[in-house]
Design a binder for this molecule. Structure first.
Ligand code: UT7
Length: 332
């Protein structure tokens, strides 16, 4: 018998219907399609509209579709992990709301808040419970309603972010596929460059915090860009090195979609041609914890059993890392 590994055995995404185009943003802030496209690669992003709709709406839609597609009984799910920085509420965890919404009555559930690296942190965390043999079916979800924390008068952030997410099913495998290696890192000093100031225990919501727009994302884009390019590329290269993978061996790069220039720099460092790089930033923008499952969903039909996949992410915190996995199935 081989080593038990955690394999992704299904993926499904969800994006809301409303499309916020660069052209519409031109009517909201001093910007233009040419600037946004050339600096970020983004053409449009989705926004979840409607009263009382939070991130769980995205997670529930993705998870329900995934359970149906994989013919999985929700009662068989052992654990639900949701990576998000835009939870429905501070508590209970959005993962709990999702579990209730999909009928995962035998699962325990919790959230992971690691911003744009949230999904890879959650994937590594979930995979440990499978590798030890403790659990058999885990839902790992990455979802964010970024529009709930974006100031649509701030052109430096509102052009980047969008709403959406996806879910994967993790199950044990002993045939050599699945998650083989992961490297993660964080650096709390990064808080100075990317954060939401108020709404936590340091600065609870007040009239003053609302007036000062402290419940929105604040980002020093150029600094974050510099750290993202270096660390995402370094960690993707590092995981290739320690698993003896050459650029020819790698079939896919699945990189967090924050800026096309960051993804291109990472791919170039890994020696990968464009056809090996999953890319959908033009249509969804940066959905924070949502980007990686959305990529896997979009490219699922092209993935083949045994493909060598490198996942890489960088985000607020700072948080970053890379995962090496062998894709476990051919899509039907
Ligand atoms: O996913 C979480 C991690 N986040 C990231 O990885 C984001 C990393 N950062 C970035 O992707 C880029 O830094 C941005 C896309 C946010 C900004 O691109 P940039 O090339 O770094 O631009 P910049 O901030 O250096 O600004 C260049 C110029 C400035 O004008 P001046 O000072 O040169 O006159 C900005 O005021 O572009 C101006 N500018 C804009 N112009 C038109 C900034 N935002 C806009 C805009 N439209 N939306």
């Amino acid at each position: 018998m081989g080593k038990i590994r955690a394999a992704i055995t299904g993926v499904h995404g969800y994006v809301p219907d409303y499309v916020l185009t660069n052209q519409e943003l031109e009517t909201m802030v001093e910007t233009n399609d040419e600037w946004i496209t050339s600096r970020t690669g983004i053409k449009e992003r989705r926004v979840l509209k409607g009263e009382s709709k939070g991130t769980s709406v995205i997670g529930i839609a993705a998870a329900k579709a995934l359970l149906k597609k994989t013919n999985t009984n929700p009662e068989d799910i052992d654990l639900v992990i949701c990576a998000t920085i835009t939870p429905d509420m501070v508590f209970p965890a959005t993962a709990n709301v999702i579990s209730a919404g999909i009928g995962a009555v035998n699962a325990f559930s919790y959230d992971i808040g690691a911003a744009c690296s949230g999904f890879i942190y959650a994937l590594t965390t979930g995979s440990q419970f499978i590798e030890t043999g403790k659990y058999k079916k885990i839902l790992v979800i990455g979802a964010d309603k970024m529009s709930s924390i974006i100031d649509y008068k701030d052109r430096t952030t509102c052009i980047i972010f969008g709403d959406g997410g996806g879910a994967v099913l993790l199950e044990p495998t002993e045939d050599g596929d699945g998650i083989i290696d992961s490297i993660h890192k964080s650096d709390g000093n990064g808080a100075a460059s990317l954060k939401m100031i108020a709404g936590g225990s340091v600065k609870p919501a007040s009239h003053e915090s609302v007036d000062a727009k402290e419940h929105y994302v604040r980002q020093d884009g150029a600094t974050v860009f510099k750290f993202a390019v270096t660390n995402m590329a370094d960690y993707a290269a590092k995981i290739m090195e320690r698993n003896n993978l050459s650029s020819e061996d790698v079939d896919w790069l699945v990189a967090h979609q924050a800026n096309k220039r960051i993804i291109d720099a990472t791919a170039s460092r890994m020696g990968l041609s464009d056809d090996k790089v999953m890319m959908n930033i033009s249509k969804y923008g940066n959905t924070t914890a949502g980007t990686i499952p959305l990529l896997l969903w979009d490219y699922e039909s092209k993935l083949k059993k045994g493909d060598n996949v490198i996942i890489a992410a960088f985000g607020g915190g700072f948080t970053w890392g890379s995962i090496y996995l062998k894709w476990a199935y051919d899509s039907k």
